[in-house]
Design a binder for this molecule. Structure first.
Ligand code: NCD
Length: 384
């Protein structure tokens, strides 16, 4: 049976820990794996801009001895002629042994996985999820901090339209880390991410954050996500000196902002002055990249600036992922069955959901969230 990688929640804790260990083995001796996927062929289909994700997947495949075909420019792919994703995938699934897909619409990778005879790996589906970036982020945190359990991680920036933090917040709390989400007003983590944390036994609280006075101007409000077994209680969170292990910065996702949201106030720039504040002195700075203007360039040679090491970790981690889905390494476990689907769901109204853009290929499917509301099974947004 083929095994796709669509969402971080499709992976068991054991899968994630095994991928991190495998990526570590590969990073320690990459040459030992140079024939692991001899003769296998990967197709990369990127219908949204990418530099790192596509090149690191392709480098990973080549470094495992495999080969790559690519369609990297949406303007020169048949999507520009009006071809549906469903049709593209039916063909590409006949050309290659696995497909890595990036697509502007949430749920696209799940649709591709349903239609493709070969494994599909989600390299970003609209503003929804980016599970392989999360695996790179977790691998980087383990290398930088030696563990995930007990870490305190601040997510900082556009947490609504940035997909990387949607996968990362859910994964970190599963592994015992506490997450403080600080975002531009109006760009908070979506409810479905908070639901995911609760469903895994964690807890969520709105907090006023003290300890950043002078940096952020007063006491900002944030969302605290605590792992299972660690309750969040107080309405005020006092950030202690050296409390923050990692500061994960994201850019404003301008390409996904609804029209009329031009006046958004950006959070302060991350620079040396910011990192001198007592809570951040030991924090490594991560960023999925591309950086636009969230992190000052003078920080790049600070030992705490880990974002280029994080980007480099993309190759061994994606070697581990491709080896697992293409059978060179032990396979991933079967994904959990998830909540029972709700029959006769109303259609999804999200314009950036694959259910809205390819309705002929996508049946309306929903599941009930913990609060009883129906959510679209493709993009996880509420259906009411
Ligand atoms: C991210 C993405 O595409 O979601 N980049 C990446 O894959 N490393 C983040 C971003 O574009 O801001």
């Amino acid at each position: 049976m083929k095994r796709d990688l669509i969402a971080i929640g499709d992976l068991s804790d054991r899968d994630i820990l095994r991928l991190i260990a495998q990526a570590g083995d590969i990073a320690a001796d990459p040459k030992a794996f140079s024939r692991a996927l001899d003769g296998a062929l990967l197709a990369t289909l990127f219908l949204e801009p990418s530099t790192r994700t596509r090149l690191s997947f392709e480098a990973a495949m080549l470094r495992l001895g495999g080969r790559v075909i690519t369609s990297a420019d949406p303007k020169t792919s048949s999507a520009a002629k009006g071809e549906t994703l469903a049709d593209s995938i039916r063909m590409i699934g006949a050309y290659a042994d696995a497909i890595v897909l990036r697509h502007p619409h949430a749920g696209a990778a799940r649709l591709a996985a349903r239609l493709s005879p070969v494994p599909v790996v989600n390299a970003g589906d609209g503003g929804h999820e980016h599970p392989t970036q999360t695996l790179v982020d977790l691998f980087t945190l383990v290398r930088e901090k030696g563990r995930l359990d007990g870490l305190f991680v601040v997510l900082y920036g556009d947490l609504r339209f940035g997909r990387t933090t949607h996968s990362l917040a859910r994964a970190l709390t599963r592994f015992g880390a506490t997450v403080l989400a600080l975002s531009e007003p109006g760009l908070h983590l979506p409810d479905y991410v908070l639901d995911g944390v609760r469903q895994a036994g964690g807890s969520v609280a709105d907090v006023e954050v003290s300890g950043l006075e002078g940096l952020v101007g007063g006491r900002p409000r944030g969302t605290l996500l605590a792992p299972p077994g660690r309750a969040v209680g107080n309405a005020t969170l006092f950030l202690a000196p050296d409390q923050v292990d990692a500061l994960y910065v994201t850019r404003l996702q301008k390409e996904r902002l609804p029209s009329g949201s031009g006046g958004l106030r950006a959070l302060p720039l991350i620079d040396r002055v910011f990192l001198e504040a007592a809570p951040f002195r030991r924090a490594v700075v991560l960023h999925p990249l591309p950086r636009v203007d969230e992190i000052h360039r003078t920080l790049d040679d600070d030992p705490r600036a880990a974002y280029f090491r994080q980007a480099a970790a993309g190759v061994p981690m994606r070697m581990a992922i491709l080896g697992a889905v293409l059978g060179a390494f032990p396979p991933l476990e079967a994904p959990p069955t998830g909540p029972a689907p709700v029959l006769d769901a109303p259609p999804c109204g999200e314009s950036a959901c694959i259910a809205a853009t390819e309705p002929h290929a996508v049946p309306a499917e929903a599941f009930a969230a913990p609060d009883g509301r129906l959510r679209c099974a493709w993009c996880e947004h509420p259906l009411d």
